[in-house]
Design a protein around this ligand. Structure first.
Ligand code: GLA
Length: 372
């Protein structure tokens, strides 16, 4: 090719790139709807230059949509959710995309003792406390939000009064979602308190890398480089043991299809995967989980600074209707919830989740997407 033709090809190529790629931008707030008690809920939209889109609402500081390109550049919405606030407030909502807390996961019998005082929490999961309570848990309240345009981010804040859902202390929480041009949704949490109190936050996005409403995630291939987990009793409360994954269906050190061994778990109390992995030495540059979807080629890589991750394979999904009328059948999505160990407040041998006045709780979780 001579130089002149080469220049023309290059110019046309650059024009195509300019036409197909978009700029990173934050839009919002826009009105999303109202809660049953009439509180306005707002939406924010983050876009990056590769066409990835994250939609977020102030109800529960929730991720409602995540448009991710596949290997051909075709995007699909890879998270479960609803189209309305009423959907998010309905019985069909099993914590889709929300910020979960003050303490995510379970607390045995909804009780703990701190500095000699016993605290009683809502019992909303058998005889135990789950995901911060029944009425005013962080996923059920409307947060304040501000766009951070120069960072392509939105920061949500909520001030939980002393005693809310039975937890001590006024807790000021923030969750910042950033969409990077490396196709990462970065979630950064911070919290401060005026009394010692337990804090363990997470994001509860349900992923199906073929797109929400697709078939089960049993063909998704998962890697979790972790040698240990916290075995649980019939109520999914840790027994206190830190057990080896080796020789069990919970060993994901080598890439394995989620469906390869799940049958061995369906008759156990977890009904599938609902396990908390103890993460070995890692930092924000070491993947703690990788999920590959052979159909779309989409890959989700998770990074965190937290000591554990809960793998949950949508064992309680019941065929409820979500966005666009799509049906969310049993095991049609998975959650990788970065966090501390469950019921840490009742296990002094586990890393502590007690936040004291003057300290700041911090947690980073990165959901990074690619395609191959
Ligand atoms: C978590 C738990 C599951 C289940 C879901 C919500 O992931 O580990 O047992 O309660 O939340 O349905």
């Amino acid at each position: 090719m001579n130089l002149h033709r080469c220049r023309i090809v290059f110019a046309v190529g650059s024009l195509c790139v300019m036409l197909t790629s978009s700029r990173a931008e934050v839009t919002g707030p826009t009105a999303y709807g109202k809660t049953a008690d009439g509180t306005a809920v707002e939406q924010y939209v983050l876009k990056n230059k590769n066409g990835m889109v994250a939609k977020l609402i102030t109800f529960g500081a929730t991720v409602t949509e995540l448009e991710v390109p596949d290997k051909k550049g075709k995007t699909a919405d890879v998270v479960l959710g609803f189209d309305t606030v009423a959907g998010y407030q309905s019985e069909d909502n099993q914590y889709f995309g929300c910020t979960t807390g003050r303490v995510c996961n379970r607390i045995a019998k909804g009780k703990f003792t701190l500095d000699g005082k016993e605290y009683k929490l809502a019992v909303n999961n058998g005889e135990n406390h789950l995901h911060g309570g029944a009425k005013r848990s962080l996923d059920r309240v409307v947060w304040k939000a501000e766009p951070l345009k120069d960072k392509n981010a939105v920061r949500f804040t909520y001030s939980s009064p002393d005693g809310e859902e039975g937890y001590p202390g006024k807790l000021d929480v923030s969750v910042t979602y950033t969409l990077t041009d490396k196709n990462e949704l970065r979630i950064e949490y911070a919290a401060t308190t005026d009394k010692a109190t337990p804090v363990n936050l997470t994001n509860h996005s349900y992923f199906n890398l073929s797109g929400h409403g697709s078939d089960t995630i049993l063909d998704h291939e998962l890697t979790i480089p972790a040698d240990k987990y916290t075995p649980t009793d019939e109520g999914l409360i840790p027994t206190g043991k830190i057990a080896d994954v080796a020789g069990t269906p919970i060993d994901f050190n080598k890439p394995t299809k989620i469906g390869a061994r799940i049958e061995k778990l369906v008759k156990t109390p977890t009904l599938g995967y609902d396990h908390n992995f103890v993460l070995g030495k890692h930092d924000l540059t070491t993947p703690i989980a990788t999920v590959r979807d052979p159909k779309s080629g989409r890959v989700l890589t998770v990074y965190t600074d937290q000591p554990a991750v809960q793998l949950y394979t949508g064992n309680f999904l019941k065929g409820q209707k979500g966005k666009g009328g799509k049906v969310y059948k049993h095991q049609s999505a998975l959650c990788l919830e970065t966090q501390h160990y469950p019921d840490s407040v009742n296990h002094p041998e586990f890393p502590s989740i007690i936040l004291k006045p003057g300290q700041t709780y911090k947690h980073v979780c990165v959901y990074a997407f690619s395609a191959e």
